[in-house]
Design a protein around this ligand. Structure first.
Ligand SMILES: Cc1cc2nc3c(=O)[nH]c(=O)nc-3n(C[C@H](O)[C@H](O)[C@H](O)COP(=O)(O)OP(=O)(O)OC[C@H]3O[C@@H](n4cnc5c(N)ncnc54)[C@H](O)[C@@H]3O)c2cc1C
Length: 368
């Protein structure tokens, strides 16, 4: 087996192939844009094809549910949780239902250098670190294998991540009997930015401010939760200073320039209402139009209940949420990623050529 994909658009970097290989013949290596891709060590590969058979991008049906989900508006009852969450705090309510049953949570966190990676949480303190969207592709490391070990040990597990990571996990689990204790919750995902550009951006902030980043926060509600405010408000602090600073250039690269996201996002197989997960969470964009009494400047979530398992988990977390079932058309109209993949600008390759030739400060300066 030489390469696991023909073109970059066919690999979402979920790491399921790496995780499933019994001979450790696959490693995940960053390309020149900083995205991880599988690389095969021919001397270890026995051509069993397990890696390609389970790939969520090419697997027939992409591990999606056949049924149409039920859509709910939801808001956490605690204003403190809302303030500390990206949207309406759905993740906290869902994960608390699992923690109450001595379960384990997997989600996106930072390491000490603010690299984004999936981590394991057994306490609410560890889980709280997973709150707030991190607009960078997270490194899955050995998450799938750890999840399998937890399930085999009899633990209940909640995995949260992007739709392609969720589908990758379904492929990796391959309907194992112990997967009945696994709950998968994905996000509606705009597209996923490059870890390399995130690295360069962090370095730029540190150079400009003459110190080390002490905290970072991609989304904040300091100007209130709204769609208009969702692509600004990146906050950070430097060293021991308590001064909270704001900078929107990473957002501009993500949403305005649009060239820093993974090639496969332009052909994403997971941008429809049939989800490869039990629950899907996102912002309830447009709720102020459809039902103004639900609007809250502290945030509102939409929860899609995709499977019977998802329905059971949703029932268990409702004690912490105010909820109401809503027509699916509302979110379908407002959420482009329930209808189609992200469109890349024609200038995407120019952006990366400029980056290679002139460096990060040049491309960020060019935004004007
Ligand atoms: C890259 C990305 C794109 C998104 N695009 C959209 C969109 O187009 N429309 C929309 O309505 N919502 C989108 N969301 C989801 C939204 O931003 C919130 O994450 C979601 O509503 C959950 O909010 P919450 O208040 O329930 O959770 P919070 O308490 O804020 O928890 C955040 C959750 O997101 C997960 N997460 C955070 N960063 C990552 C990451 N890098 N990779 C995988 N999982 C991560 C955490 O594990 C946790 O489960 C996106 C999120 C991400 C990470």
């Amino acid at each position: 087996m030489k390469s696991l994909y023909l073109k970059k658009e066919d690999c979402c970097g979920c790491s399921a192939c790496y995780s499933v290989c019994a001979n450790q013949a696959i490693s995940m290596k960053a390309d020149e844009e900083g995205f991880l891709y599988p690389e095969v060590d021919q001397s270890r590969c026995v051509d069993c094809s397990r890696c390609t058979e389970i790939c969520p991008v090419t697997y027939d049906g992409n591990y999606k549910e056949n049924d149409t989900p039920r859509f709910y508006v939801a808001r956490h009852k605690s204003p403190e949780v809302l303030w500390q969450s990206t949207s309406g705090g759905a993740f906290t309510a869902i994960s608390d239902a699992i923690l109450r049953q001595n379960g384990v949570i997997y989600g996106a966190d930072y390491d000490a250098g603010f690299h984004v990676l999936h981590q394991r949480a057994e306490t609410s303190e560890q889980r709280d670190r997973m709150r707030i969207s991190k607009y960078v592709q997270s490194d899955m490391g050995n998450t799938y294998a750890q999840i399998k070990a937890d399930l085999k040990a009899g633990r209940m597990v909640l995995f949260t991540g992007t739709p392609c990571q969720a589908a990758g996990l379904r492929g990796f689990m391959n309907n194992s009997s112990f997967a009945d204790r696994l709950y998968i919750c994905d996000l509606i995902c705009h597209s996923i930015p490059s870890p390399l550009i995130w690295e360069k951006y962090k370095q730029l902030l540190e150079r400009e401010n003459g110190g080390k980043l002490a905290t970072v926060q991609f989304r904040s509600k300091k100007d209130g939760w709204s769609r208009a405010n969702s692509n600004k408000g990146f906050l950070f602090t430097i060293d021991k200073s308590s001064e909270i600073q704001e900078d929107d250039r990473f957002y501009q690269l993500y949403f305005k320039v649009g060239s820093i996201t993974r090639p496969c996002c332009s052909q994403c197989r997971f941008t429809d209402i049939h989800r490869a997960s039990d629950l899907t969470i996102a912002d309830y964009w447009g709720i102020e139009k459809y039902s103004p009494e639900w609007f809250d400047p502290l945030g509102v979530s939409v929860i899609l209940v995709n499977s019977p398992k998802g329905a059971a988990l949703f029932d268990q977390c409702r004690q912490d949420l105010v909820t109401e079932e809503r027509p699916q058309e509302e979110s379908f109209n407002e959420q482009q990623r329930l209808r189609e993949p992200s469109q890349f600008p024609e200038t995407r390759s120019d952006f990366w050529e400029d980056y290679r030739r002139f460096g990060f400060e040049y491309v960020i300066g060019k935004m004007g």
